[in-house]
Design a protein around this ligand. Structure first.
Ligand SMILES: [Zn+2]
Length: 348
């Protein structure tokens, strides 16, 4: 292909992407009577006891909101309900062939690491697994719009950072982070986005999708001794901070502070996407780090302070961390953010 032919097909792809984003229904108008906390009861995955086979609390999203409501930190009527990401929305980042591959239950089983799902009829897999994920994707995309309007937003789900446009894995079937950023480029008139990925695992999905894209700055702090060992994607991390197995709270928080300081001088973001996985918690069998529950609250506080002090809209996604204790820890951290006036989840 000649240079001009390749440039014009690139332009075609970009204009198709643009028109898909402009025709999307995900950017709902949200009244000011709502809090920019996005959640739907349909986020939760539970069927036939299958959820017990994965070392996951697959209803953590609902339990987070349950704790916030029970503690009086949130009114149920103030929660923002997103729409499901449609095929047209998903095609903004995903290839048609990747989306088609999800019509194969065995493929989905491999992505979510629950082998028995392979033998289920695909209609059931769509309804019980992929539909909840698509609602969470819709939530992440909408959360970016809300963050631009209100200064902050939290999607109680999302953060599927192992999925790229062409490949799923590690419980991540859709690339919600890449999607929300492309939507922000087109609909929010934003051209510089910082991803701060503090899940215990490397965020190889968004790293692959934004490889060499100077509009996106990626700070990834992860344990290099665990999944996904994606050395190709590591090349696209702008600031890589490795935290080995057994890293404790104080060491972790100090590394985070230093990393945030470095990023200030490297990039001036108009939107911050914060992937706030809690699999860094002490005792998490997958993350293998030793961060205390209070350490999680301090971590989230540091990132929110970083964004809010600079007037950078911040979107938080809950990402990995599916121990039974994770939901309580996340709820406590959101309550702490509210107490420190970094967010306000009380009735407007
Ligand atoms: Zn993780």
């Amino acid at each position: 292909m000649s240079f001009s032919a390749s440039a014009s097909s690139k332009n075609d792809a970009e204009s198709l992407r643009c028109s898909r984003i402009l025709s999307s229904k995900l950017y709902l108008d949200i009244p000011t009577s709502k809090v920019p906390l996005v959640y739907s009861t349909t986020y939760n995955i539970a069927f036939l006891g299958m959820e017990k086979l994965h070392p996951f609390d697959s209803s953590k999203w609902g339990r987070i909101c349950g704790f916030l409501i029970m503690d009086g930190a949130l009114d149920n009527n103030c929660i923002v309900e997103p729409l499901e990401a449609s095929k047209n929305d998903l095609l903004v980042v995903h290839s048609e062939s990747y989306l088609n591959s999800l019509k194969n239950s065995a493929k989905v089983a491999a992505i979510i690491e629950v082998p028995p799902v392979a033998v289920l009829p695909n209609c059931l897999v769509q309804q019980k697994v992929l539909y909840p994920f698509r609602k969470q994707v819709g939530g992440t995309i909408l959360a970016a719009k809300l963050a631009k309007e209100r200064g902050w937003a939290i999607n109680v789900g999302g953060g599927f950072h192992h999925c790229s446009g062409g490949r799923g894995g590690g419980f991540c079937a859709y690339a919600d982070i890449s999607l929300c950023i492309h939507f922000a480029f087109v609909r929010l008139n934003i051209s510089r986005v910082m991803i701060i990925d503090l899940d215990a695992h490397q965020g190889n999905g968004h790293e692959t999708d934004f490889a060499n894209d100077s509009r996106v700055y990626i700070l990834d702090m992860f344990n290099p001794e665990i999944y996904p060992f994606d050395y190709e994607a590591r090349k696209y991390i702008d600031q890589k901070v490795e935290v080995v197995s057994g890293t404790t709270t104080n060491v972790y928080l100090k590394k985070l502070e230093e990393a945030l300081e470095v990023s200030v001088n490297m990039f001036d973001p108009e939107l911050l996407v914060y992937n706030a996985g809690t699999d860094i918690l002490d005792g998490d069998p997958l993350g293998r780090l030793k961060i205390s529950p209070d350490g999680i609250a301090s971590r989230d506080e540091k990132v929110f302070r970083f964004a809010r002090e600079r007037n950078v809209p911040i979107v938080m996604l809950t990402s990995g961390g599916y121990m039974k204790s994770s939901a309580r820890v996340i709820a406590d951290s959101i309550i702490n953010l509210s107490a420190k006036s970094l967010v306000d989840t009380s009735k407007p």
